[in-house]
Design a binder for this molecule. Sequence first.
Ligand code: ADE
Length: 238
Amino acid sequence: MHIDIISVVPALLEGPFSHSILKRAEEKGIASVQVHNLRDYAVGKQKQVDDYAFGGGAGMVMMIEPIARCIEALQKERTYDEIIYVTPDGKTFDQPMANTLSMKQNLLILCGHYKGVDERIRERFITQEISIGDFVLSGGELAAAVIADAVIRLIPGVLNDETSALTDSFQDHLLAPPVYTRPAEWQGMDVPEVLLSGHEAKINEWRFDASVRRTKERRPDLLAKSGLVKGELKSNKQ
Ligand code: ADE
């Protein structure tokens, strides 16, 4: 997979892709991310990328021409499966969306700033508008990084067994169960006995029940999507 990101503050995206799992994905040749500075596509001495909003009001609007020039230049290099605009008024990002995007070859993500982009950019080029939650960031860069991270880690070969995506929270509309490591006893706090038993079937049952219980308590809205009848527990202990 290749992800291109268009930004007016490319420095904000220098960190996330040069560490840990995302770096490994790049080194293995499974995924690559390239950040493009929108200002390189602006004209004039000022390299202007924003302008006053028609109709007045506070806040600047990102101009059409630099964005159109940048997208069209990138489209000469690649055919994009999706051209995504990250914006608080987009569809709220979730695990099923990450799963779907992880199966694509080429993604282009446009980061908004100021009051956002001229609407005609959205109409002409954008195939998906995504928000990462009901709050407003100062720009789309961190949202783009969140989406790229969630998507890249799902591509086969990126994660090893210990970090398998199959047991993530949300993968089956359940939150992940609690996890423990050594020491087995710490300041009077014990690890649940079953996890030390080596009995795989019992451990799986305990983890499933703990997932259901946790989801019931914290995210009952998810439980409805999980297909579990009234959040039934394997052990039938509610
Ligand atoms: N840009 C600003 N806020 C955002 C959000 N919540 N999601 C995506 N892009 C954004």
